[in-house]
Design a binder for this molecule. Structure first.
Ligand SMILES: *[C@@H]1O[C@H](CO)[C@@H](O)[C@H](O)[C@H]1NC(C)=O
Ligand SMILES: *[C@@H]1O[C@H](CO)[C@@H](O)[C@H](O)[C@H]1NC(C)=O
Ligand SMILES: *[C@@H]1O[C@H](CO)[C@@H](O)[C@H](O)[C@H]1NC(C)=O
Ligand SMILES: *[C@@H]1O[C@H](CO)[C@@H](O)[C@H](O)[C@H]1NC(C)=O
Ligand SMILES: *[C@@H]1O[C@H](CO)[C@@H](O)[C@H](O)[C@H]1NC(C)=O
Ligand SMILES: *[C@@H]1O[C@H](CO)[C@@H](O)[C@H](O)[C@H]1NC(C)=O
Ligand SMILES: *[C@@H]1O[C@H](CO)[C@@H](O)[C@H](O)[C@H]1NC(C)=O
Ligand SMILES: *[C@@H]1O[C@H](CO)[C@@H](O)[C@H](O)[C@H]1NC(C)=O
Ligand SMILES: *[C@@H]1O[C@H](CO)[C@@H](O)[C@H](O)[C@H]1NC(C)=O
Ligand SMILES: *[C@@H]1O[C@H](CO)[C@@H](O)[C@H](O)[C@H]1NC(C)=O
Ligand SMILES: *[C@@H]1O[C@H](CO)[C@@H](O)[C@H](O)[C@H]1NC(C)=O
Ligand SMILES: *[C@@H]1O[C@H](CO)[C@@H](O)[C@H](O)[C@H]1NC(C)=O
Length: 747
């Protein structure tokens, strides 16, 4: 009895050690796999490889699982190293930095493999001719550098495949729709997105009777929207954005009763929206932006009661939207109908969609007034109604200022020719507490800048360009704590550039303060249009979703602003774009502009600026655009600087300016008289005796040296000297108070 028990103990002991004792061939295979990897060490040292980290064995000591995701593994996968692990069912090496190609050998004997996840590595090359195993269920090769076509034989034996993800590689050729012929009963998830697949989607997908997710967006697919996808009646997500598919969305879509996501933006789809869209009661996300859809919104849309986002931006849709009853769309958070041809008034039923965060209706033919019911939208953060034919801006602003969540308000071009809502209109103003972005450009609005704007403590972006606003640029702009983008060009502003604007908190670099204000990660609820530099490089209009894509800017072009450019402007260290062109600025270009080290565009053209171009401007390394044309500048353009890299047109219209890149390399071919006309404003400032002393010195200099001056180079040098001296005087006069100067001269 006792002996029997001992025997049993011994036996079970042997078994329990044997359970995990790994086979020597397996161990050497694993070691050979590990040997090609660099840091960090896997610590695979003990005898029993079944106890190693990431390894699972079966009863007989065969390695069945090799799971090392996100272990920081680096190095190449050698083709033969894993080939001997013939019992492997799970291989997960995702999120490492492995490189190498999946040559046929790699798969050679892995004929038990069920799960293969090599995503997020650096694997490259073409795929082997066939998947390794008839048991394979999940394959994830996404986010690598694989290329070439997927061989048609690849899925031949994959009858149990449920999910296949090759997104984010550089595969070419056709999307292998034949996959459904081999894996029809089980396939649920297919992701081909973000590759270079081209051609049309060959029929076959309809055979995937259990397909739930089909993604092939961001490829180069063309041809008709695949008809047979309507046969995949279990489908929940169809995502084919950023391709060139055309054709209409068929009424047969109503068969896809499980469809929750239909994402087809940036294609060339045409025709009308299917009138029975409302049968898709599970539809949550409908994204059809940037297509050529026409006709009106189907009435049945109101039956899509689970709809969360409806994106129809930039199509040819039309019809009176006031006829639509939105009241049943209680889940709707985003509605984007911008850039279509809708007419009518904004339906009040829209304001009962209490989940709404973003409404985009701009660039349609809507009319009427903004109704007070809009304030029941407590989550409304983004409102873009611009470029319509609304009336009563003052009424609209009085209503909207109570929308507590509003971050972005774009009403540009929507209320043409009305008055800017004045302070009298907005008595007891305490609204727009969270507004970050206010845009009212292109509206021919009249009146002054009202003071209520100064109370928008969270305002970051202010666009009022292309209006008829008169009066001065208010100095309180400089006190607005978060403002960094001021766009006031093409108005009738007069007066001087307010010095207070040079203390704009967001643009003055203060290491301790700016960091706490800086939340550049803010994203708009709907993308906004802007060029890469917000209206400047208009060619590449792109959709921007991030606040951080909008540059720090002061743009006052085309107004009537006069006086000097204040030297204090040099405090706006974080400014990236400065436009003061087409105004009446006079005086010199302040040297301090060279403190604006982040400046990318500086436009001072079409003013009355005089003096020289400060050579310090050459230190503005980020400057991409520069224009001082049509002023009264003179002297030599600082040589050997990046200023020479700009076109001559950036300097033209300044008769006394010379040097590269202007064709006039060496100053006006003038004689002794030193541009009297241009010195008028200098003479007004500089006391007569000073001028006398200076020119006396100059004449003396000429008298002594003039006879020596024979060639052009000398003449050039002479005029440069005169110019520099004059500007030195001008600079001294402006910098030092006049009284002190007189005292200095007397004493
Ligand atoms: C795989 O097994 C074969 C023999 O079965 C052997 O020759 C080869 O060296 C093994 N490869 C590795 C990497 O262990
Ligand atoms: C290997 O061992 C070292 C030292 O014990 C440890 O720091 C490291 O995390 C281990 N590596 C793995 C993959 O477990
Ligand atoms: C691989 O491992 C990662 C991390 O544990 C996991 O998220 C992923 O789902 C695994 N892949 C498969 C196909 O199971
Ligand atoms: C497919 O999977 C089922 C169970 O999941 C299994 O019974 C069947 O044998 C598998 N077929 C193949 C060809 O591996
Ligand atoms: C495919 O993999 C990518 C990561 O590379 C992931 O973002 C995507 O969600 C996956 N597709 C599906 C349908 O799960
Ligand atoms: C695409 O793959 C690259 C690596 O190849 C990765 O860095 C990037 O995050 C992936 N993108 C997505 C959206 O998963
Ligand atoms: C996209 O497909 C078209 C034909 O449909 C082809 O002419 C073009 O070269 C493809 N572009 C890329 C980047 O493969
Ligand atoms: C789709 O289903 C219809 C019947 O519902 C059938 O006539 C048609 O052949 C199927 N198409 C494909 C590509 O399977
Ligand atoms: C699919 O829709 C069409 C037209 O809407 C209809 O005739 C057909 O019976 C539907 N098929 C299935 C399988 O529901
Ligand atoms: C909405 O659905 C109901 C019930 O299915 C149906 O009676 C009604 O006609 C549908 N409305 C529209 C406009 O399609
Ligand atoms: C837009 O609608 C108007 C009528 O409201 C019509 O005259 C015009 O032709 C339409 N434009 C387009 C591009 O459909
Ligand atoms: C403008 O709107 C306000 C607020 O809704 C309203 O009180 C006022 O009567 C409207 N003015 C006109 C002329 O319709």
């Amino acid at each position: 009895m006792a002996h029997g028990f001992l025997l049993f103990l011994l036996f079970s002991c042997i078994i329990s050690t044997n359970i995990h004792a790994c086979k020597q061939t397996e161990r050497s295979s694993l070691l050979s796999f590990a040997s090609t990897l660099s840091s960090p060490p896997l610590n695979w040292t003990s005898l029993d490889c079944c106890r190693w980290k990431g390894i699972t064995c079966d009863q007989d000591g065969w390695v069945t699982r090799l799971l090392l995701p996100s272990k920081g593994l680096k190095g190449g996968i050698s083709p033969f190293s894993l080939a001997n692990l013939t019992h492997l069912t799970h291989l997960n090496l995702s999120h490492n930095s492995l490189y190498g190609s999946l040559e046929t050998q790699f798969f050679l004997s892995l004929n038990q493999l069920e799960i293969l996840d090599l995503s997020y590595n650096r694997l490259f090359g073409e795929l082997p001719l066939s998947l390794p195993s008839i048991n394979i269920r999940r394959v994830d090769l996404s986010s690598n550098h694989f290329s070439g076509a997927i061989p048609s034989s690849f899925f031949q034996q994959a009858s149990n495949l449920t999910s296949f993800n090759v997104s984010n590689n550089t595969f070419t050729g056709y999307v292998p729709s034949s996959i459904c012929l081999h894996s029809s009963p089980s396939l649920r998830l297919l992701d081909f997105s973000s590759n270079v697949f081209s051609g049309n989607l060959a029929p076959g997908l309809g055979k995937c009777s259990k397909l739930q997710v089909f993604r092939a967006g961001h490829n180069n697919l063309s041809g008709l929207f695949p008809e047979d996808i309507y046969n995949a009646t279990k489908i929940e997500e169809i995502a084919l954005p950023l391709n060139s598919l055309h054709g209409a969305i068929s009424d047969r879509i109503a068969n896809l009763t499980n469809l929750a996501i239909l994402d087809l933006y940036f294609n060339q789809l045409n025709g009308e929206l299917p009138h029975n869209l409302g049968k898709l009661s599970k539809l949550k996300l409908l994204t059809l932006d940037f297509n050529n859809l026409e006709g009106s919104l189907p009435q049945s849309l109101i039956n899509c009661t689970n709809l969360v986002e409806l994106h129809l931006l930039n199509n040819n849709l039309e019809g009176d939207i006031s006829m639509l009853d939105f009241s049943r769309l209680s889940q709707l958070t985003k509605l984007d109908l911008r850039m279509n041809n809708f007419s009518g008034t904004v339906p009040v039923s829209l304001y009962s969609c209490w989940s709404l965060k973003a409404i985009g209706l701009s660039r349609n033919h809507l009319e009427g007034q903004i109704q007070a019911e809009i304030i029941s939208l407590k989550s409304l953060s983004f409102l873009c109604f611009g470029h319509n034919r609304f009336t009563n801006l003052t009424g609209a602003m009085k209503i909207l200022m109570s929308c507590k969540s509003l971050h972005v308000l774009m009403l540009d071009g929507a209320f043409k020719g009305e008055g800017m809502p004045s302070d009298d209109d907005m008595v007891d103003f305490d609204g727009f507490q969270n507004l970050r972005f206010l845009s009212l450009f292109n509206s021919d609005l009249t009146g002054h800048m009202p003071v209520w704007l100064s109370k928008l403590k969270n305002l970051e972006i202010l666009r009022l360009d292309f209006n008829q606003i008169t009066g001065p640029i208010p100095s309180w702009l400089g006190t607005m704590p978060r403002l960094f983008h001021i766009y006031l060009s093409d108005n009738q502003f007069s007066g001087e550039f307010p010095k207070q604007l040079c203390r704009l908190p967001r643009l003055v670099y203060e290491p301790n303060i700016s960091s706490q204000l800086d939340d550049t990660s803010y994203e708009f609820e709907l993308p906004i249009f802007s060029s890469s530099n917000f209206g400047i490089f208009a060619k590449q209009t792109v959709l921007q979703q991030k606040m951080s894509s909008i540059p720090a800017m002061i743009r006052l072009s085309n107004n009537n602003i006069s006086g000097y450019i204040p030297a204090e402007i040099g405090q706006l260290h974080l400014l990236r774009l400065l436009f003061l062109d087409s105004n009446s600025f006079s005086g010199v270009i302040p040297d301090q502009i060279s403190n604006l080290k982040n400046l990318e565009i500086l436009n001072l053209s079409m003013n009355h600026l005089s003096g020289i171009i400060p050579s310090s401007l050459a230190s503005l390394n980020f400057l991409k655009e520069f224009n001082v044309s049509y002023n009264n500048l003179k002297g030599l353009i600082p040589t050997g600087t990046q200023l020479q890299s700009f076109e001559a047109s950036a300097f033209e219209g300044n008769p006394k300016l010379y040097g590269a890149p202007l064709p006039n390399k060496c100053g006006p071919n003038k004689d002794m008289d030193v541009d009297n006309k241009n010195n008028k404003d200098v003479e007004n400032v500089i006391p007569w005796f000073y001028i006398f002393a200076a020119s006396g010195f100059l004449v003396g200099f000429w008298g002594v040296c003039g006879s020596l001056v024979i060639n052009k180079t000398w003449r050039c040098a002479y005029f440069r000297f005169i110019d520099n001296l004059q500007d030195m005087l001008l600079y001294v006069m402006i910098t030092f108070p006049l009284n002190r100067m007189k005292r200095m001269l007397r004493g």
